[in-house]
Design a protein around this ligand. Structure first.
Ligand code: GLA
Length: 378
């Protein structure tokens, strides 16, 4: 449906059908949070929620960018591609800029965007736009760019143009994921593996609870966590926290706060590897235990959760979830819970009641089905 919506909006803007429609999804990270920029491991899967981009080339070397959802159109020439430019269109313009920086010829284009990835919910709404733009512009310009390199270029747009100092997790998930699988990614070697994620066969569902808590200072806190990790590496004399092999010895050398940040990252890397083993053995009780331990580590050591997120996790667990954790950058956003299929409604209702009792805004819940990554739809 959003494919038609993007194509129709394109026709209204230009008077013609688009050359094509491309899509790229948001993501949930099953486990492995704040490990990506520490050269560690992540295990995301793609959501059915996605950005859709209807696009055609233009001959005048300009880019006309339209958001259907915001009802806003912006037109840019080459001189307008300036890193740090604010606005929704920076996610599209940033991709044009990143491709050109990498030496690719990118002709002008009309790009019309719509998306159903919730904004600011920690589900990678921005990476979905960037990865859809990368797919569209690569095809329109006949650029042969490997999927992993597409993800890296989309990250350049996010880091250098939009200005958010993130790792590769979101763009890799949005580009590389395959339906019914999670993506295991080693963020140092970039080796990756599709891991079957068939929780349904075990009578389980992945319930997503969007707490609808959004924090405006996320970027500052995110950068502060990165800085703590870099400081830890400097004090320990290692290239990345991935290289810490003796955690106790490392903790003995670090100030208390930086030690706790380090402990989160090092133990989280191990939990991703343990989750891989649990999945290989269909041991969902163990997977759930690892998810809950990951949440405790984010809450106590990395200090990136907040009250509504913790409440969602505690309530889901009390309602019988095998495990639950916040996903994404933190300070609000979404929780995922591994729940028996016949307890989904009860669990959702328990969380809604707990939120009402605590005076939080009502949460939104949905089931997450691992979906396909970026691709051309027509
Ligand atoms: C955000 C960033 C990712 C990653 C996560 C935390 O989603 O964009 O690169 O660091 O936070 O795991």
């Amino acid at each position: 449906m959003l494919t038609e919506q993007a194509a129709d909006a394109f026709a209204s803007l230009t008077g013609k059908a688009p050359e094509g429609v491309w899509t790229a999804p948001g993501r949930i990270n099953l486990i492995g949070e704040h490990t990506d920029y520490n050269d560690g491991f992540v295990l995301p899967f793609a959501l059915p929620h996605a950005a859709y981009l209807a696009a055609s080339q233009r001959t005048d070397g300009r880019w006309r960018l339209r958001s259907v959802d915001l009802d806003d159109t912006v037109e840019l020439g080459p001189d307008d591609l300036v890193p740090g430019s604010p606005g929704w269109h920076s996610y599209l313009a940033g991709v044009v800029w990143a491709l050109r920086q990498a030496g690719h010829d990118v002709a002008g284009a009309d790009l019309v965007l719509t998306s159903d990835v919730p904004l600011g919910a920690g589900l990678s709404s921005s990476a979905a736009i960037e990865c859809a733009a990368l797919a569209a512009l690569a095809d329109l310009n006949g650029l042969e760019i490997e999927p992993l390199d597409r993800a890296k270029l989309a990250r350049v747009a996010e880091n250098a143009y939009v200005g958010a100092p993130t790792g590769l997790l979101d763009q890799a998930a949005s580009t590389l994921c395959v339906a019914d699988h999670a993506l295991f990614l080693d963020c140092r070697s970039f080796e990756h593996q599709q891991v079957p994620l068939a929780v349904g066969a075990a009578g389980l569902e992945i319930l997503v609870i969007d707490t609808r808590t959004r924090h405006s200072h996320v970027d500052g806190e995110y950068a502060a966590r990165r800085a703590s990790c870099e400081e830890a590496c400097r004090l320990l004399g290692v290239p990345a926290l991935r290289d810490v092999t003796d955690l106790d010895a490392a903790l003995a050398q670090l100030p208390e706060l930086i030690g706790r940040r380090t402990r989160h990252v090092v133990t989280e890397d191990q939990r991703v590897l343990d989750a891989m083993t649990a999945l290989a053995e269909d041991d969902y009780a163990e997977l759930g235990r690892l998810m809950t331990a990951s949440h405790a580590s984010m809450r106590d050591d990395y200090e990136i959760t907040e009250a509504s997120v913790d409440l969602a996790v505690e309530t889901a667990l009390a309602a019988g979830a095998l495990g639950a954790r916040m996903t994404g950058g933190g300070f609000g956003g979404c929780v995922l819970a591994l729940v028996a299929a016949d307890r989904v409604e009860e669990t959702s209702a328990a969380v809604a009641q707990a939120f009402a009792d605590a005076g939080h805004e009502a949460p939104v819940t949905f089931l997450a089905r691992p979906s396909d990554g970026a691709r051309r739809l027509r």
